[in-house]
Design a protein around this ligand. Structure first.
Ligand code: SF4
Length: 496
């Protein structure tokens, strides 16, 4: 089973060459007559496995020899001189993820419906994707080749799922034997080579919580600042996760966890100067306790893992409201001045008893050209923002403030996740069919869905529905926006 899982991944890593997918016109690559479907196999005699290798081996080099395999079987040897920092104008194939050799009891793949799109069953565990996109790996099946590569190419930081430093518990969670679960030597080697680590714990009630969590956080904090931060996120079980070893996360469990971890956070702030161990936003929401302050999160080291996302949104929204308030006051002031000026003209005109129109004080000269102010424009914002059940009450509270400030008619609609079910209530896992199920509840002229429910490189939703197909089933325009996009849109809104 292990070998089956590992072998194709290793083959992918060792596949010679990287495929060119696009060439920028009039670039260096264009001049060299490189073309899509060519494969760069060597740079200065060194094998290229993927675009990271290509970037690494060409970085800072002005004289290069490229070995290129053309689709017709020819091999070209290109000697190149390029200006310092000159770009090749090349786009490459995506990295094919290496897959893991674990059988984690909470693996998200086990929580998918059978008909979920195939990419949801990819158990990626790839140090390259960890470096590039912050994907977590367990390091439990990392090869010597990959270890060397992290160090040599400085693929830092790495995001590592630790789950527990207690070996028995880690092995149990990963579904592997203790020998494979033990990554202490690998971690040490990475840290000794100044590779930074962001750690993650997927918290499973009754398995790696309480004393085991405390030990995990203390063990990791002992390596600060090389272990930069640790995210503790709750296990999310869909209705397809039927493993009896797993227990669902309850509000009471979240409150207990917050109390326990807060003590350590205080201690870490005193000893390390940073919070170091961060709880996922979901834990605070489930516990019905306030989201910590901006200061708590520092520079948001684990925001992509749902840690501090809500605080960051609340702060951005607060500053949006402040800007709109200032804009509103200024517009009121400008209008008041305009009225005073108009009155003055009328008074002067009457006193002179001149019944002719003064061109300089004609009403068009003192009334703004656009008869509606920017704030008035915002009143025409009338639509529905769809989001997950967990975030909906928080978003609704903010949108209510916005509506009462600018007179807009925005609505927030909590969308139940019927596709995955269970306790999945985050916005990011909503599917096309979930949106369609609440279609009749949408009010206004448009609908907004969370951008990250659409695949980043292809306009498709988690249940395989295309975004185009979804849009055709709505009577109004549907936009995909993330929270920061939404804020920008409101700030720069002008009616068509
Ligand atoms: S949770 Fe991650 S590491 Fe564990 S089995 Fe699934 S993909 Fe592999």
């Amino acid at each position: 089973m292990y070998e089956f899982a590992v072998t194709p991944a290793v083959t992918q890593l060792r596949r010679p060459g990287v495929l060119i997918t696009e060439i920028t016109p009039e670039s260096l690559a264009d001049e060299l007559e490189l073309a899509p479907n060519d494969r760069i196999v060597r740079v200065n005699g060194r094998t290229v496995r993927d675009y990271l290798d290509f970037r690494f081996q060409t970085a800072g080099e002005t004289e290069l020899i490229l070995q290129v395999k053309k689709p017709n079987g020819e091999t070209w040897e290109l000697e190149i001189e390029r200006g310092e920092g000159e770009d090749f104008g090349l786009m490459f194939e995506q990295i094919v993820p290496r897959q893991c050799a674990n059988e984690c009891i909470f693996c998200f793949c086990k929580g998918n419906p059978e008909d979920a799109r195939p990419s949801l069953f990819v158990r990626d565990e790839d140090i390259r994707l960890s470096f590039l996109y912050g994907n977590y790996t367990t390091l439990s099946s990392i090869t010597e080749d990959e270890m060397k590569r992290i160090v040599e190419q400085r693929l830092s930081p790495q995001y590592v799922s630790i789950h527990a430093t207690d070996l028995k518990t880690r092995a149990f969670l990963l579904g592997v034997d203790e020998k494979r679960a033990d990554i202490s030597g690998k971690l040490e080697r990475l840290l000794d080579n100044n590779i930074e680590i962001h750690a993650q714990v997927v918290l499973c009630p009754g398995i790696n919580d309480g004393k085991i969590l405390e030990k995990t956080l203390r063990d990791l904090a002992a390596h600060y600042p090389k272990v930069v931060s640790t995210a503790v996120v709750p296990v999310a079980l869909t209705r397809y996760n039927t493993d009896e070893r797993l227990t669902r996360v309850t509000p009471e469990f979240c409150r207990r966890t917050i109390i326990g971890v807060e003590k350590m956070q205080k201690e870490f702030r005193k000893t390390l100067g940073v919070t170091f161990a961060f709880l996922g936003d979901e834990i605070y929401i489930k516990a019905d306790l306030p989201i910590p302050s901006r200061k708590h999160y520092g520079n948001y080291p684990q925001i992509e893992d749902g840690v501090g996302m809500i605080r960051s949104f609340l702060n951005s929204f607060k500053s949006l409201l402040k800007k709109l308030e200032t804009r509103k006051s200024k517009e009121i002031e400008t209008r008041a001045k305009a009225v005073v000026q108009t009155n003055r003209v009328v008074v002067e005109t009457q006193s002179l008893k001149i019944n002719i129109e003064n061109v300089r004080t004609h009403h068009l000269a003192i009334t703004p050209k656009n008869p509606k102010s920017k704030i008035q424009n915002l009143k025409s914002l009338n639509g529905t923002i769809l989001t997950g059940e967990m975030f909906a009450p928080i978003l609704a509270g903010q949108i209510e403030k916005l509506n009462s400030l600018i007179g807009s008619k925005l609505h927030v609609l909590a969308v139940p996740n019927t596709y995955f079910g269970g306790d999945v209530a985050v916005a990011g896992l909503l599917t096309g069919q979930d949106y369609l199920a609440v279609k009749d509840k949408i009010k206004g002229d448009f609908a907004i869905i969370p951008k990250h429910t659409i695949k980043s490189d292809e306009p498709i939703l988690l249940d395989g529905m295309t975004f185009e197909n979804l849009k055709t089933q709505f009577d109004m325009p549907v936009y995909d926006l993330d929270l920061q996009d939404l804020i920008k849109k409101i700030l720069h809104f002008s009616p068509q």
